[in-house]
Design a protein around this ligand. Structure first.
Ligand code: 9MR
Length: 576
């Protein structure tokens, strides 16, 4: 299998911010520096310079050189970079580059909503569909869902929320990190100097049914999931009251395509877990402080859920979701929950100021450890979420403590900066196969969140430039010359694994909406399609834009939430 990788000059196909870094990579046999030329859409030479030989890039196996044209700052469209007789895909230089991505990346969540009809007038007629999983035949849920045999003898109404990914499952741990990132993108508008007070995320900024209700649309979208997460809590009076069920999904895996309202499978609640319970505690605590100005009753419900969930987790600290529980839905297993305890304690303390949570977070091993790993945080490792909020959300930590917390974010950002400079393709993750795993594109973005936060904390342009540069990789500056975001860039992924957006299998169905992020190269090739097609691939080549490859090319709420956070940051930098 030889993918068509297009021109050997690899750029961010979306483009570059006028005042930002502008880097490209060329695949070449040459080992001596080469001349580069930046050309206008009309072919005029706008700037020229010389490349830097970088040798063989370990993740791609390619001999590469890099070009830096940051000094050119004039806005333009349809520009191309020419090196070694080859011209790149066209790109723009513009401050408004990422403005629409801010909304596109968030619209994905509306498209993933369960329990509500998707309005074609809002999202485009191709995306209109009836409500899924409201108990209307052939659906069997999610309004009155039993537990798996032997797990409980009550039934719960767990309607709503977002479908996790290309499947119809709903998982509290992954809903947790995704909701956190949307709420964090909103909360950042209260503290970050470049966030313009949050107008760009306010009411009327998204195409959601709730626009015009006086509440910022990003909060309306996040609330759709929060209401579901609250419903997953074990009711008072039942065994394990206050804990959260780990997940709810089909009894058996279904095929593709399958519209949510056509899913005939029985739906089942899986056992409560400590990790899910702490995810609920953390995001419900965020909810309590962020919705208070808009809906005091809802904020109060969140606060109660957060405190009861946290107490239940402390009473049952070792209920782990089984790695074997992956029939009909993903496992989302996790046997180390000290990081979830830390994150939940942080959020509860930031919201309530109660000394008991401060005592818990201070006693956590994560409070003094480096929580930022080279390959980024994710649903299984969430200590960084707590640390980032402790560093940015106003709180009463003693000055020296707060300084140490903030310094840890900046140290981590220094590490990611050094890493992206080492990489010929500029990504802020180590250059070996270990960086190419299931959903790794979201980890690239999560490291970008840390760079962006370091900029918000310090105002030091090196971190902003690092964050801006890091996304070049996702928008086409990579071995496959592909943008991993649908609708963004000349050559972009659009056949992501999804039961809903299954255009590749049925031309009457849409592609994923613009702004949908693919999981990305996965050197472990964990689906049969990729394993057969891509056997022996160099890590950065272990990806295929085919709907069958769920381990390299799925969509997922926790990946798009990372994109949404970063897109909002980038849009702010273009405007700044
Ligand atoms: O994102 C998850 C990834 O970290 C795991 O390695 C993988 C296998 O367990 O599962 C991924 O999550 C999938 C989930 O299990 C089911 N819904 C689709 C998710 C994205 O592929």
């Amino acid at each position: 299998y030889e993918p068509d990788t297009g021109p050997r000059v690899r750029v961010n196909q979306v483009g570059y911010l006028p005042g930002g870094p502008k880097n490209a990579t060329v695949v070449t046999e040459a080992t001596e520096p080469l001349p580069w030329r930046l050309r206008s859409a009309d072919g005029d030479v706008l700037a020229e310079g010389t490349t830097t030989p970088r040798g063989v890039d370990p993740a791609s196996g390619q001999n590469v050189q890099t070009a830096d044209f940051s000094a050119y700052r004039t806005p333009g469209t349809g520009l191309r970079l020419e090196i070694d007789g080859e011209a790149s895909h066209p790109f723009d230089i513009s401050g408004g580059l990422y403005e629409r991505l801010r909304a596109d990346s968030l619209q994905f969540f509306y498209a993933q909503r369960s329990g509500i009809a998707i309005d074609g007038a809002l999202l485009g007629e191709a995306y209109a569909r009836p409500a899924g999983h409201l108990g209307v035949a052939p659906n069997q849920g999610d309004t009155d869902v039993p537990c798996q045999p032997g797990v409980c003898d009550y039934r719960l109404d767990v309607r709503g929320g977002w479908y996790d990914a290309g499947d119809h499952g709903k998982y509290v741990v992954n809903g947790g990190i995704a909701t956190y990132q949307l709420l964090s993108a909103f909360e950042r508008t209260k503290t970050a100097a470049t966030a313009g007070g949050g107008a760009a995320l306010g009411d009327g900024t998204l195409r959601v049914p709730e626009h015009g209700n006086g509440v910022p649309d990003i909060l309306d979208e996040a609330r759709w999931e929060l209401e579901f997460l609250l419903r997953m809590q074990v009711p008072a009076g039942q065994p394990l009251a206050g804990m959260a069920h780990h997940k709810i999904h089909d009894r058996n895996w279904t095929g593709l395509p399958l519209a949510p309202h056509d899913d005939p499978q029985p739906r089942e609640l899986h056992p409560p877990s400590t990790a899910a319970t702490l995810n609920l505690a953390a995001v419900a605590a965020q909810c309590a402080r962020l919705y208070a100005p808009y809906d005091a009753a809802f904020a109060g419900r969140c606060r109660t859920a957060a405190t009861t969930a946290y107490a239940a987790a402390k009473a049952h600290p070792d209920r782990y979701a089984s790695p074997a529980d992956s029939t009909g839905g993903g496992a989302y297993d996790d046997t180390r929950v000290t990081d979830e305890f830390y994150w939940a304690a942080v959020e509860l303390w930031l919201t309530t100021g109660a000394p008991a949570y401060l005592a818990d977070l201070t006693a956590s091993p994560h409070h003094t450890q480096d929580v930022f790993e080279p390959r980024g945080f994710g649903w299984q490792g969430v200590a960084a979420l707590g640390r980032l909020d402790l560093a940015t959300v106003p709180n009463a930590l003693p000055a020296a403590e707060l300084a140490r917390v903030r310094a840890s974010v900046i140290d981590a950002a220094d590490g990611y900066l050094a890493e992206l400079r080492r990489q010929a393709y500029g990504l802020p993750m180590p250059g070996d196969a270990g960086s190419y795993f299931w959903g790794g594109n979201s980890n690239v973005l999560n490291n970008t969140v840390v760079l962006a936060t370091a900029f918000d904390l310090t105002g030091d342009a090196r971190y902003r430039d690092g964050a801006v540069q890091a996304v070049d990789y996702l928008f086409g500056r990579n071995a496959l010359n592909i943008s991993y975001v649908t609708g963004w860039g000349e050559h972009a992924a659009r056949n992501q694994h999804s039961r809903i957006f299954a255009h590749q299998l049925d031309p009457n169905l849409p592609h994923p909406p613009a702004g949908s992020l693919a999981g990305g190269p996965n050197a472990a090739l964990q689906d049969p399609f990729a394993a057969q097609l891509l056997a022996g691939c160099a890590p950065m080549f272990c990806y295929v834009d085919d709907i069958n490859s769920y381990s390299t090319n799925e969509v997922a709420i926790n990946w798009n939430s990372a994109l949404a956070w970063v897109a909002s940051f980038l849009a702010d930098q273009g405007a700044a």
